[in-house]
Ligand binder design. Structure first.
Ligand code: NAD
Length: 482
């Protein structure tokens, strides 16, 4: 009756029966039918994964390899994942409704990202001899220990890969904890790890809910937590890690602004915003969900965005032509619909969408929605909706006035400016408070550090900086050797 049935977890290289007898059904958001079942993880399963990871760390087999050797093993893992890429894409689409065309691109992108981490190893100095007033010292960089990789449901495979690969390359033993409502690609990761013959204990994959996740974070056997998810959860996790003085990095929410200056080229703006605002049905932390437009071009831009939203294909996510799938869960649809209600009651003008598509009676669908006449103090401009809802705000005055609106946010993840004028674009780019930014487009670059400022998080992923997050310094002084 299910498409996928699992009754074990992958713990330290072995398929292991769960400690409890609970199960979790995976519901397709497109059909509202159960498509898979997995065991429900308990604290005992997490304990088993941590104990296996610690034993591997203490055996030193993985951490003592030359980084290039770890790189070769991780490349082998990427090769196996590559052979399963279509399968991974379909699973992600099935479990969380990511449109298939996007899912295929995104999962291949994740595998490319794993390879780009291996390339980035060359940029890290793992051992360096220095001489100073206290004599010679060997400065070594080594893995931080046992790392927990906690990822959310909106990009289950990508957001696991972006943590697991750099942690492995750093020499850590890794426990991946995908969200328990989107576990299916995590099972492929586990199968690939077995096929790639990673040493025992080095990788565990335990899809789990919040409680088991909290147990993992607080576990004394874990040295580092890498978390992607909501700002509220991030704050709680950081507090636990702070109490225990445990390393933590946080990739959290966003409310990123795209700024359209008075000379904006609409032909460039619209496709970038269609991709950037409605990416993954708006369930993307980097989504450009505020569009700040100079008053002189405002009506024209509102009209173009309303038309673009109207033209988007909403439907079965398994259909290659679909651009907007369902929201991932019923709870997420409730949240998005509540925000649409809030936007109306705050006095924003609904120019497209706002409801459920009439042709899709089943599934957690919401139409791509555009609000105009949004003020930046409205909740729909300040709070992360995490759905296909774009708020368009007018600004008067200079480029600095637009920058001030963009920066009047508790978040700081991404941003964009649209203008053919390079100097003005660079002026704006330098002044918007965000971890990443795009000029005349919407791009996440795997070769460059990615992450947030303010409420969007602490730490960076991608590139050598992503591996740095899992490394510790170890200085060995040897004064007599002088
Ligand atoms: P969430 O915070 O509820 O859950 C994320 C993951 O953390 C899940 O695996 C969950 O089981 C686990 N979790 C939750 N509370 C935990 C706790 N106290 N201890 C340990 N684990 C815990 O978030 P969500 O609703 O699943 O995801 C959506 C959010 O993630 C959005 O706010 C979005 O912006 C954010 N996000 C950020 C990025 C980024 O890179 N900055 C990327 C994707 C999503």
């Amino acid at each position: 009756m299910y498409e996928y049935e699992y009754d074990e977890f992958f713990i330290g290289g072995h398929w292991v029966a769960p400690a409890g007898d609970g199960t979790v059904e995976i519901i397709s958001p497109a059909t509202e039918e159960a498509v898979a079942v997995i065991p429900e993880a308990t604290e005992a399963d997490i304990d088993a994964a941590v104990s296996s990871a610690r034993a591997a760390w203490d055996r030193r087999t993985w951490r003592d390899l030359y980084p290039a050797e770890r790189g070769r093993k991780v490349l082998r893992l990427a090769e196996v994942l590559d052979s399963r890429a279509d399968d991974i894409a379909r699973r992600v689409t099935l479990e969380m409704g990511q449109p298939m065309a996007l899912s295929a691109r995104s999962q291949r992108g994740a595998i490319g990202l794993i390879r780009s981490f291996v390339d980035a190893l060359d940029r890290i100095v793992f051992e360096e001899r220095r001489t100073g007033p206290a004599g010679p010292a060997l400065v070594r960089r080594e893995g931080v220990g046992v790392a927990a990789a906690i990822s959310p449901w909106n990009g289950p495979f990508f957001l696991s890969a972006v943590k697991v690969a750099p942690a492995l390359l750093a020499g850590c033993s890794v426990i991946a904890k995908p969200a328990d409502n989107t576990p299916l690609s995590g099972y492929v990761l586990a199968e690939a790890a077995a096929e790639a013959d990673l040493p025992e204990g080095v990788l565990s994959v335990v899809p789990a809910g919040r409680e088991a996740g909290a147990h993992l974070v607080a576990h004394p056997g874990v040295n580092k937590v890498s978390f992607t998810g909501s700002t509220d959860s991030g704050r709680k996790i950081a507090a636990v890690c702070g109490e225990q003085l445990k390393r933590v990095s946080l990739e959290l929410g966003g409310k990123s602004a795209a700024i359209a200056l008075d000379d904006v080229d609409i032909e460039t703006l619209v496709p970038a915003l269609v991709a950037g605002s409605f990416y993954n049905t708006g369930q993307a932390c980097t989504a450009l969900t505020r569009l700040v437009v100079h008053r002189s071009r405002y009506d024209e831009v509102v009209e173009a965005m309303a038309q673009a939203a109207k033209n988007m294909v909403v439907g079965d996510p398994l259909d290659q032509a679909t651009q907007i799938g369902p929201l991932a869960t019923a709870a997420q649809r409730n949240r998005v619909e509540a925000y649409i209600g809030i936007g109306k009651s705050e006095g924003a003008r609904l120019v497209h969408g706002g409801g459920r598509p009439a042709h899709l009676p089943k599934g957690y669908f919401v139409e791509p929605t555009v609000f105009a006449d949004v003020r930046n103090d409205m909740r729909i401009a300040q709070e992360e909706i995490f759905g296909p809802v774009l708020s368009v705000l007018p600004y008067d005055g200079t480029d600095d006035d637009a920058i001030a609106i963009a920066n009047d946010s508790k978040y700081g993840l991404h941003g964009a400016v649209f203008t053919p004028d390079r100097a003005r674009a660079e002026y704006v780019a330098a002044r918007v408070e965000s971890g990443t930014f795009t000029i005349n487009g919407y791009v996440n670059n795997p070769a460059a550090p990615f992450g947030g400022v303010k409420g969007s998080g602490i730490g960076r992923e991608f590139g050598a900086e992503g591996i740095d997050e899992f490394l510790e310094y170890h200085t060995i002084n040897d004064p007599a050797a002088a």
